[in-house]
Design a binder for this molecule. Structure first.
Ligand SMILES: Cc1ncc(COP(=O)(O)O)c(C=O)c1O
Length: 454
């Protein structure tokens, strides 16, 4: 179970404990929390939300007194559901449902962590995917069972209530960016993060769009710096690629407000949003502005890009325009990967995998941070995703670190290549998901040495 976003507003007159109790009740009636879910300890929740333990304890006491939650001796506090007295007034739940390159260990970002994948569950999913009779006609929308599993996943792990009818299967986020790009008027201006995901830039340019870079900082995309007159804004709010910061709550609201006022579309690339360690979840842009946001998710970081399975949740007009692109071009997402993903998600294997993945990656992140700090450098980026940024003073140092690491057998990724224009920052984008844990353990002292001596 994933904690949904629990919005607290310090400026509101209502006490934080009452706001927290409201948010937990709303999450329960909305389906993001279910009967039997175990709530975090008051101490852990206080740390995650950045409030005092008195606040979380008072909120839990309130829910216990009202019957929304129950305490089980020695094992914690559990969601019960809406108490009988309030059930009639409660709306129904909305949910339906070392990479080795020769002898090198590759620590570039972007590779999934396959070492924690339960191979028995994976084989089960593939067997189940092979059961149905072959389809004669392609389905440009995506298989119903896939879209149901995606809806469940979005609600439980991303706090986004969606309807299966509002979800389109994709062949992955990068392809979907290209599809949405082709729905925009040729020559239209699209803002992207700089530095940012260069494959998105290529997909947008290939669709004949005019791409303009917007700066990013420790609070994500600088929304005030987006020029007026854009048709769309592409961003990675959960974990800015490659800097690793999360878009602040204030900027999320500002971006959605500007999109509404100026009539542009926001492309929310949530490529690794499920991976978060001890930091509070933020509301998705798609939850704040379902009318102006096209939300892109992918199985590529959760499982593997070889499934070629992703999803798009977007306003009806955007979905219709993407389907028109598919009809025109005869392209559609392949059903095989969707079947495997659906089977993997159907009986809890996906949720179990995600728990394992987070545990593994949180441990790896801690080891990476320790190695970098031991080398006298700092790490930038929130405790999320599968890479960190190690800022460096200039491009020459970046090149020297990459070269020193390569000489000792480790591939590192410089920040320079994540810019579309002249690099404005230097550093190393250090991915830790791809290699086996033994390879990572072997490589980290070498990375530390390269960082220390360059
Ligand atoms: C920012 C970003 N978006 C999306 C993706 C993956 O997209 P896809 O679903 O096409 O594999 C990646 C993969 O590296 C990425 O870094």
């Amino acid at each position: 179970m994933d904690l949904p976003p629990l919005p607290l507003d310090r400026a509101a007159g209502r006490p934080l404990a009452a706001q927290l109790a409201d948010a937990l009740r709303a999450a329960t009636t909305g389906g993001a929390l279910r009967a039997g879910d175990r709530l975090p300890s008051t101490r852990a929740l206080a740390a995650t939300l950045g409030v005092s333990r008195t606040v979380t304890a008072a909120a839990y006491d309130q829910l216990l007194a009202e019957g929304w939650a129950e305490g089980r001796r020695g094992s914690g506090t559990f969601v019960v559901g809406a108490p009988a007295a309030s059930r009639a007034a409660v709306p129904a739940a909305t949910a339906v449902a070392p990479e080795r390159d020769g002898d090198l260990v590759d620590l570039s970002a972007g590779t999934p962590c396959l070492t924690v994948l339960d191979r028995a569950a994976w084989r089960r999913a593939w067997r189940a995917a092979a059961d149905p009779a072959p389809d004669a006609t392609p389905d440009p929308v995506g298989l119903p069972e896939f879209r149901s599993v995606v809806v469940e996943h979005l609600l439980r792990h991303r706090g986004l209530p969606a309807d299966p009818a509002g979800v389109l299967a994709t062949a992955g986020s990068t392809g979907a960016i290209g599809e949405v790009a082709r729905t925009l008027p040729p020559g239209a201006r699209v803002a992207v993060e700089e530095p940012g995901y260069q494959r998105a830039v290529v997909a947008l340019r290939d669709a004949g769009l005019d791409v303009v870079g917007v700066p990013v900082d420790g609070a994500g995309l600088v929304v005030e710096a987006i020029p007026t007159g854009v048709a769309a804004v592409y961003c990675t709010p959960a974990h800015q690629y490659p800097l690793g910061s999360r878009l602040s709550a204030r900027r999320r609201v500002a971006l959605v407000e500007r999109a509404r006022a100026e009539g542009f579309l926001v492309l929310e690339d949530d490529y690794d949003g499920e991976l978060r360690y001890d930091v509070a979840p933020m509301p998705l842009l798609a939850a704040l502005g379902p009318d102006v946001v096209a939300h892109l998710g992918t199985a590529s970081k959760l499982l593997t890009p070889t499934l070629g399975a992703g999803w798009l949740v977007a306003p009806p007009a955007v979905r219709a325009a993407v389907l028109a692109v598919r009809t025109r071009s005869g392209s559609r997402p392949a059903p095989a990967g969707q079947r495997v993903f659906a089977a993997f998600g159907a009986h809890g294997d996906l949720a179990r995998h995600l728990r394992r993945l987070r545990r593994e990656l949180a441990g790896r992140r801690a080891a990476v941070v320790a190695a970098v700090q031991a080398a006298g450098r700092t790490v930038q980026g929130d405790a999320a995703g599968a890479h960190v940024l190690v800022p460096l003073p200039d491009a020459a140092t970046e090149r020297a670190v990459v070269a020193a690491a390569a000489a000792s057998g480790v591939v590192l990724d410089g920040l320079g290549r994540h810019h579309s224009a002249s690099p404005v920052r230097a550093g190393i984008v250090l991915g830790y998901a791809g290699p086996g844990s033994a390879e990572l353990e072997w490589a980290l002292p070498l990375v530390a040495e390269a960082l220390r001596t360059s």
